[in-house]
Design a protein around this ligand. Sequence first.
Ligand SMILES: [Ca+2]
Length: 344
Amino acid sequence: MRSTMTAVLLVAATLLAVVTSRKSLGHDPAGYVYQHHTVAHPYMNSGMDIPHWRIGGSTLVTDSYIRLTPDRQSRRGYLWNSRPYKLLATQVPEDEGSMSDFQLDISFHVHGQGVRLYGDGFAVWYTKESEEMGPVFGNRDKFTGLGIFFDTYSNVQQGHQQYISVMIGDGEQAYDHDVDGGDAKIAGCPLRFRSRSDEVPYHARIIYQDKILRMHLDLNTGNWHECFVVRRVHLPPGYHFGVTAATGDLADNHDIISFKVSEPVEMDPEEKKELMDRIHEDEVLEQKNPDQLLHKGQDIQYENPDAEGSWFWVGVVVVVLIAATFGGLFVYSKSQQKASRFNF
Ligand SMILES: [Ca+2]
């Protein structure tokens, strides 16, 4: 099992990212919505339960959102779909594409009182295991399947560099928080998905179709921005959808407004052609470097305030280096002058 999953991981390939944005196609899925795997307002239509979903930890359901963690330290909360995806053969006709294809639309709102201090983030799951609390954004470690991490705190940089990353777990590989996932990540993007408390929710669309996994976000700009595309991803039917969140020393409200699973629709011809061209380019690159089966995509660099900050520090370093070089040359020429005085 281990060797099979490792082989699957090794051939998962992240396409080189391009900065694309598509006009918003709306936030409602265009395909058939699987109600048993969907949670949307009103959440509780009978008693205190959400049909087909389980909550745990700090999760609190209100009329307008499902709060996985409040803006308080050291909390963990989950929302898990109790029904495995498409495990029942009668649920979906066999001719509806691959048995485990899906589109997942999530509306979320990450916010809190902290202006400079907030964390840790939330994660979206499609995994074999479910309802087990643990250290990976509130979920257990060493999961089997898909994890997408909306990380508000960079442990590597010790600062608030918001980053979304994806990992395919084999049940043995750990998620290392100290390095924000490290080499276990197969793709990601530096999008700022946290918003103010008075802002409306943001939207993520994750599509798994024909072994290609892609994610777009609409941060209320009216456009969908690509976060990543990974091909050769193998996710079987029968796993569970879930979303979890955690706070530690730093805290935030992690709210889920809706979580909708639907049948992915055919891509529009233009989008499909662009994707096929990128896959072709990727295959050509792969043939040139047959030893490097896993090549990570370059992150998309969006304009954001952090980028300005980074360029400022790059500028400072360049100025210091130039000053040090000229300073060094000056000292060197002076010492040469001194030496020459004593040499003749
Ligand atoms: Ca982190």
